[in-house]
Design a protein. Structure first.
Length: 582
């Protein structure tokens, strides 16, 4: 490896700019694992999208694996545990090929191809095991012309789990009242306690693969297992809250087919309690993990998901997601992945679902490793649960980062309403209402300068324009709000029907602002105007739409055609890096 890497205790300690050898290793690590956004912007989440999910400092690097795996990857000598994991991946690969190759010649060819690719990764020892597994799977699926080689097995697992659940003996086990509850004198407390017991029992069921994979289960053993106390169940109670608390929006990450049947009954219980749920399924094949298309094709899942709204759009907007949650309390989305949880590879819809939820329920050992057994903090509370190899049930919570502030739809609506009410009062006084759209975050490292320019120019306009009320977005920013929050709020203001003038920042505006600050225009700002911002491009589309309903609206600034050379605004930011056409 060359120079020995600095000692770190956890992924939370990994940052750019502290050690040259570490920086070099990180570049190599991100490149080899294909998690560098700039090298593959269509397939790898941007920093802005990652920050929907992970609470990161300015120089902090997100590592999409457990701390234990990271330590193994950073060791100078081969780690025994890492090599064993690589070995298990090779066995998975060979078994898949031998089961699905066309003939012996084809089998030898595909195994030979995979062996060459595998040796390359084995020598570097920098591949996260889940990424290596995904790469090997991709080769086999392509070479053997497979879509989902586990489809029959998954259908059988779901059918067995459904038959077990609908058995009268199962119903009796699930809903029998524990003896200790008989002595609870308060009916309200009893109701809450019974709800938690039901949810924990469903969690127990969903983590017992013997219920759908080993023939006829022993009901006596199962009843004994699900009646075991869960000392950590208070974490579930705290996160879900009491009847007096607001109902939660929950993002649920399942683990396996068979278990997904119990997960869906668990989700039904959450819905009955008034919560909203977004279920995130895999985009494509990863062994027995349930996929988005399974929910549309498997008869058992189709029946259990009939009250859900399937959302096939991978790049859903904040507006549409919130609208869907208002009209449907149960959504099913794809996480965009054909591998174990890797937040770099999730799609925009999943990232926004994470951002808009209150709690992430992460089921299974792999999800537990990547979310709770890592040093990173996340933007939402995470509740992880799984069953160890020895049969021990584990339920733990990781609270969201203390620095994260979640803006609910109601809170953003309230901010928009306050501005709209102020606009209405100014119009009643006979004043002209103007909105000023300007470059804010479109030039990396220049956000503070952009805000100063906007504030300077709006102050200048206010001294020149009589009886004009000017809305300056920079004056309404609240700490913790990102681009999506702001665009969602401002669209309500912009579509209120109260605007008389919509002014878009021009080159002349920027030059005037620098002159007022007694500064020359820096080269990075030369020639810039609102057409450089894709946030402003989105606003120009809104302005033209509003003008159709209100022809008296005056739009001032660069011509609209100059805006539309840009792509749609990016995830969580005000701009998009590339001009799509000239």
């Amino acid at each position: 490896m060359g120079k020995v890497l600095p000692a770190i205790e956890s992924a939370r300690d990994v940052r750019w700019g502290q050690d040259a050898a570490m920086d070099a290793w990180l570049h190599h690590f991100k490149t080899e694992n294909n998690i560098e956004h700039l090298m593959n912007p269509e397939r790898v989440a941007s920093d802005e999208q990652l920050k929907f999910m992970v609470a990161l400092d300015e120089q902090q690097v997100f590592i999409p694996c457990s701390d234990e795996t990271l330590m193994c990857l950073m060791e100078e000598e081969p780690s025994d545990e890492l090599m064993r994991e690589y070995g298990r991946i090779w066995l998975h690969t060979v078994r898949l090929i031998r089961k699905h190759a066309f003939n012996k010649y084809h089998e030898r060819k595909v195994i030979g191809f995979c062996r060459l690719r595998f040796k390359t990764h084995l020598l570097s020892r920098i591949m996260i095991p889940s990424r290596l597994l995904k790469r090997m799977n991709s080769i086999v699926l392509t070479q053997c012309s497979l879509v989902d080689p586990y489809s029959t097995k998954k259908l059988a697992a779901n059918r067995s789990a459904f038959e077990f659940f609908t058995n009268s003996a199962t119903d009796r086990m699930l809903y029998s009242t524990p003896s200790e509850c008989m002595y609870n004198p308060d009916l309200r407390n009893l109701r809450s306690e019974l709800d938690i017991i039901e949810l924990v029992r469903l969690m127990y069921f969903s983590t017992m693969p013997e219920l759908w994979s080993n023939g006829t289960p022993s009901y006596l053993d199962i009843e004994k297992e699900i009646n075991k106390p869960c000392p950590t169940s208070h974490a579930l109670e705290v996160l879900l809250g009491t009847e007096k608390d607001d109902r939660k929006t929950i993002l649920f990450l399942p683990d396996s087919s068979g278990g997904i049947v119990f997960d869906l009954y668990f989700i039904r219980a959450l819905l009955r309690l008034g919560h909203k749920v977004i279920l995130a399924l895999k985009e494509g094949f990863i062994f027995d993990s349930p996929t988005f298309w399974d929910a549309m094709q498997d008869p058992v899942l189709v029946e259990l998901c009939k009250t859900a709204k399937m959302v096939p759009n991978d790049t859903i907007s904040k507006n549409l997601l919130l609208a869907l949650l208002r009209s449907h309390r149960f959504l099913i989305v794809s996480d965009g992945m054909r591998e174990k949880l890797n937040l770099y590879k999730t799609n925009v819809t999943f990232s926004r679902a994470w951002k808009e939820c209150d709690i992430v329920f992460a089921k299974g050992a792999d999800n537990f490793d990547n979310l709770l057994n890592c040093g990173h903090s996340f933007t939402r509370d995470v509740l992880g649960f799984y069953r160890k190899d020895d049969g021990t049930f584990v339920l733990e919570a990781k609270t969201r980062a203390s620095c994260v502030r979640k803006f609910s739809e109601e809170a953003i609506n309230e901010m928009a309403s306050r501005i709209i009410e102020q606009m209405r009062k100014e119009k009643q006084k006979g004043r002209t209402v103007m909105f000023y759209s300007a470059v804010i975050g479109s030039i990396p490292g220049e956000t503070d300068t952009a805000i100063k320019l906007v504030n300077t120019f709006v102050s200048h306009l206010r001294t020149r324009l009589d009886r004009t009320f000017i809305i300056n977005p920079a004056e309404h920013f609240e700490e913790g709000m990102d681009g999506d929050d702001l665009m969602f709020m401002w669209e309500q203001v912009q579509r209120s029907g109260l605007l008389d003038v919509w002014r878009f920042q021009t080159v002349e505006d920027i030059e005037t602002s620098f002159a007022l600050l007694d500064r020359k225009v820096p080269s990075v700002w030369s020639g810039k105007d609102s057409t450089f911002s894709t946030g402003c491009t989105k606003e120009m589309r809104i302005a033209l739409d509003v003008q159709k309903k209100n022809p008296e609206l005056q739009i001032i600034g660069p011509s609209s055609e100059k805006f539309f050379r840009r792509a749609e605004y990016g995830v969580g930011k005000y701009y998009d890096a590339g001009i799509t056409s000239m």
